[in-house]
Design a protein around this ligand. Structure first.
Ligand code: DAH
Length: 340
């Protein structure tokens, strides 16, 4: 075979192969072009290579050299086509290692603590009964926590073993005694000192008592305090307010049971039970505001009377959800909290 003929065949093959690789627009097409031109057994390059043996002996070095050039050229054209196909198939994955098709990490959304949920619900219910929310400090003086509430100095409720008295604060205040409030009844006094009757408020917040934690006690818990002062307020109003509240909160035809009790700041005083699922649930204390309390804040007990009540929020929330240990509320275990 003449050298020119062989070289012409090589050139033609190079052109055809380059065009075929460039035209392949998917992996399947590229692969069949590869088999057609570079196939190990019957590829067209292989066939042309066989012609090399028929070239005149003196022309062989030139022909061989050219053959190798063309072979590399065709292989390079194939490589380039393969790379550009891969790039269009998964452009981002190949350049940055980021795969936008993998599902993302779902952010975990939190929600309000069950006690906060209960507080918001109570505020909502009592708001519909005309009660507005009042706030008071958690660090209190003895006047608001005890004296104005008709709790005299020798009363056992003031025992240092039953209260968190603040030693450092006492020194700083030049002998004045401070403590973490043991009840939200303090806010009754703070509201009445600032407001003339009528009064219709609730106050919700933390109270502190050095109790050993168990299933029904924790040293910090929450209370709701209610206070209604007006002319002609009676025990019947107290029962109605509590019953309407109980029916809204427990979404049931709740009845109220009063048991005689004693609190220094109410006269008469009662323990409140609410009917729930066929039984009676202890909810807290209540009564008619003691005249001594009205006098302490400058009200005239001959002109106004009042009702007051104090309920435990943990107990209310636990009752609703069937929680048997209120310590769970404060362990901050998300597996517990996320259920509410
Ligand atoms: N302060 C009382 C306590 O912590 C609860 C209480 C009882 C509040 C009677 C009241 C009330 O307003 O009238 O045990």
């Amino acid at each position: 075979m003449a050298l020119v003929e062989f070289l012409a065949e090589l050139d033609q093959l190079a052109r055809a192969a380059t065009a075929a690789f460039a035209a392949a627009d998917n992996a399947g097409a590229l692969e069949s072009a590869r088999v057609e031109f570079l196939g190990v057994r019957n590829g067209r390059l292989k066939t042309v290579q066989k012609g090399l043996g028929k070239v005149d002996k003196t022309d062989k070095p030139t022909a061989g050299k050219r053959f190798n050039q063309v072979k590399r050229q065709i292989e390079a054209a194939y490589q380039a086509a393969a790379e550009s196909l891969a790039e269009t198939a998964a452009p981002i994955a190949d350049t940055t290692g980021f795969d936008p098709t993998i599902p993302g990490n779902r952010p975990r959304l939190g929600h309000l603590h069950p006690i906060t949920q209960t507080i918001e619900e109570i505020v909502d219910i009592m708001g519909r009964l005309g009660f507005t929310v009042a706030e008071g400090p958690e660090v209190e003086d003895q006047w608001h926590n005890f004296e104005a509430l008709n709790i005299p100095p020798e009363h056992p409720a003031r025992d240092p073993l039953d209260n968190f008295y603040l030693a450092t604060a006492e020194k700083a205040a030049g002998g004045k005694v401070w403590l973490l409030r043991s009840q939200t009844s303090t806010v009754q006094i703070r509201v009445m000192e600032k407001t003339a009757p009528p009064v219709r408020v609730i106050s919700l917040g933390r109270v502190y008592r050095p109790d050993t934690p168990d299933a029904t006690h924790v040293p910090m818990f929450h209370q709701i305090e209610g206070l209604l002062i007006d002319t002609h307020v009676t025990m019947a109003d107290l029962k109605s307010v509590l019953r309407l509240f109980g029916m809204s909160y427990f979404e049931d035809d709740v009845h109220i049971r009063f048991r005689p009790s004693f609190f220094p700041f109410t006269e008469p005083s009662v323990e409140i039970d609410m009917s729930w699922h066929g039984g009676w649930v202890e909810m807290g204390g209540a009564g008619m505001v003691d005249p001594n309390v009205l006098c302490a804040v400058g009200y005239d007990p001959e002109k106004v009377t009042g009702l007051a009540f104090g309920l435990g929020i943990e107990r209310m929330c636990a009752q609703r959800h069937g929680i048997t240990d209120i310590r769970e509320f404060f362990k901050n275990d998300v597996r517990f909290l996320q259920q509410f």
